[in-house]
Design a protein around this ligand. Structure first.
Ligand code: ADP
Ligand code: ASP
Ligand code: MG
Length: 403
């Protein structure tokens, strides 16, 4: 079999852990499989490098940020390759560029446009274990190093697995699979044997960073056999992320996600004229700001209030855009002490009363809901951040996910 394995930051967080990863790879190689391993930077490294950049500038040049951040993954790929080599295995490490990962020019959140697998294929056919530095590629237009957004090593692994038609893509992390909610918040969370691509995509997009959302999207598109498992207990089977039709028992609610990475932007007393929302949200989109939940409340006297949420990382960029609308609103403010809790489940499509249970559960805990949004398979609510963990646990129990 051809296996793509990905090891996240904690799994390669120390030299001993890199050795542990080398042992996992050795075992799989000895069983007769071909291996491409994708690695993250050592845990904390990417944040440390970002802090360095921000010590010089609030808005560092994204192209330079990518040059800086991509170094973290290169360090681990080389170290892992050296460790395996020392044990007598033939290995080669590759940067994103060498692995043929070609992206657009949207630095710090670049999209993969194409993968040229020739170097990867050649190394595999030479019998080598390939170690790829995750999270990075090279821009098609400008030939510069780019990065794929936070958590992007997952995407590197899935994209390579898809293009090279690997038999499986195993994402090794510090938990042994996908749980009904973050087991660090709710110890009663239960591990799932299987979860559908769509549910996993919602959970990941709504804050469960155990898999990067774009990697799940790509896995679905390319039909990649995706497994989430632990490098600390590699003998334990993980969770399979698969097509909905492969899952026999469909839960109404499969999981609860928490996203603390949101900022609420409030625009009050905006002149209520046709096109105003379009003007504001087009300007935000042009600045590549991901606006998430939007609520408009119609006030009196031709004025309206607009509330929306953005990722914390886009805050400075958002302020810049908002400055252009100062004249249009009576007041613009920002609230960074909010969070988003979400309930996800494919069974919601066919069951009623799921939303009302969420609202009454939070009401019983005296938690005020600021914004609500729903889709076919999810309900999201913006609440005060101080209630985050309480809300997750209350909802987890309300939907019997601990049973
Ligand atoms: P890595 O560094 O390996 O990429 P991450 O920190 O990105 O790992 O993701 C793993 C973490 O995701 C876990 O430690 C866990 O706290 C968190 N997590 C959030 N939601 C879930 C969930 N539903 N199931 C499992 N883990 C989750
Ligand atoms: N090192 C990058 C990050 O911390 C990418 C990754 O770990 O997947 O976001
Ligand atoms: Mg991750």
């Amino acid at each position: 079999m051809l296996k793509v394995l990905k090891f996240g930051g904690t799994s390669v967080g120390t030299l001993e852990r890199i050795q542990n990863v080398a042992n996992i790879i050795k075992k799989i190689k000895d069983e007769g499989h071909d291996v491409i391993a994708v690695v993250s930077a050592m845990s904390g490294e990417t944040n440390k490098l970002l802090e360095y950049a921000h010590s010089f500038s609030k808005t560092p040049n994204p192209c330079e940020v990518d040059m800086l951040l991509s170094s973290g993954e290169r360090v681990t790929s080389a170290l892992l390759s050296i460790a395996l080599n020392e044990q007598g295995y033939s290995t080669t490490s590759m940067s994103g560029r060498e692995a043929g990962i070609i992206t657009d020019s949207l630095h710090t959140k670049a999209r993969i446009e194409d993968i040229d697998p020739s170097n990867l294929k050649k190394a595999i056919s030479d019998g080598k274990i390939v170690i790829v530095a995750g999270f990075q590629g090279v821009t098609q237009d400008t030939n510069r190093v780019s990065t794929l957004g936070r958590g992007g090593s997952d995407l590197t692994a899935v994209a390579i697995a898809g293009v090279i038609e690997a038999d499986v893509c195993e994402i090794y992390t510090d938990v042994d699979g996908i749980y009904t909610t973050d087991p660090r918040i709710e110890p009663k969370a239960k591990k799932l044997d299987k979860i559908s691509y769509d549910e996993m995509l919602e959970l990941a997009s709504l804050g469960a960073k155990v898999l990067q959302n774009r990697s799940v999207e790509m896995a679905k598109k390319l039909n990649v056999n995706l497994i989430s498992r632990s490098s600390f207990t590699p003998e334990v089977e993980g969770t399979l992320i698969t097509k909905e039709e492969n899952i026999m028992e469909k839960a109404i609610v499969s999981g609860i996600a928490l996203d603390r990475d949101q900022i609420r932007v409030g625009m009050y007393g905006v002149i209520d004229r046709p096109g105003i929302a379009s003007t504001i949200f087009t300007a935000l989109a042009d600045a590549n700001i991901n606006v998430d939940m939007i609520v408009q409340t119609r006030g009196g006297d031709g004025k309206t209030d607009l509330d929306f949420t953005i990722p914390r990382g886009d805050w400075e960029a958002c302020k810049k855009v908002m400055a252009r609308f100062k004249e249009e609103a009576e007041k613009i403010d920002y609230n960074d002490t909010i969070c988003k809790v979400s309930i996800v489940g494919v069974g919601m499509k066919t069951h009623t009363g799921v939303a009302s249970k969420a609202f009454s559960t939070l009401a019983n805990e005296n938690i005020n809901i600021r914004i609500i949004s729903t889709s076919e398979i999810k309900i999201s609510m913006i609440i005060e951040e101080k209630y985050a963990e309480l809300a997750v646990r209350a909802l987890h129990s309300a939907y019997n996910l601990d049973k």
